[in-house]
Design a protein around this ligand. Sequence first.
Ligand SMILES: C[S@@+](CC[C@H](N)C(=O)[O-])C[C@H]1O[C@@H](n2cnc3c(N)ncnc32)[C@H](O)[C@@H]1O
Length: 192
Amino acid sequence: MGCGWGPFLNYLREVGAKGIGLTLSQGQYAACQRQGFEVYIQDCRRVTPEDYGTFDAVASVGAFEHFCSVEDYKAGRQDQVYRQFFKTVSDLLPWGGRCFIQTMVFDQGMIDLDKFDINASKDSAEYLMALAANEFPGSWLPYGKEQIINNARPYFNLVTHHSGKADYIETIKVWRRRLKRFGWQKYLAYLR
Ligand SMILES: C[S@@+](CC[C@H](N)C(=O)[O-])C[C@H]1O[C@@H](n2cnc3c(N)ncnc32)[C@H](O)[C@@H]1O
């Protein structure tokens, strides 16, 4: 759910499993099609068994962040959005089916939305959160794993959880190194 450019679908192919991906992006859909992945443009929060049948497992890597909008949060609908999502997923699974979610969460120390300030000092939470909100205007994160677990509970038992914070910091470092590395294709795109 939220398959992006298809890395998880690629992994499934490598291990010999069959999967389909959902994205909201036309560009990602086209790129996945070129790689021979079965992908559809659809809001995964609304998918039903009538759409593509049922599954052994559902995975979502880095999309949960986008399920609750700032407007939903302001209207007090965050829990409702997550609960509805887990209901949607559970309807796609048999009894005992697995759901894997990877998401960023707000940690202790998260500040209130009305404190976000793009003019605040650059090392402050106020400034960094204003930057993040500009970058992801339609997204609001869950408050810790607890909010996810609580809203999944009517449909799922928690089997395991893991903090990938250190892994993500390393991932971002690698992304930055690759982004800065010179390449003609990148340079031409930049000139355009
Ligand atoms: C940060 S990307 C992660 C992509 C991929 N899972 C990965 O790990 O590279 C977020 C993806 O979630 C998708 N997405 C966000 N909200 C969605 C929704 N409601 N329904 C379907 N896809 C959604 C976006 O279109 C995008 O493909």
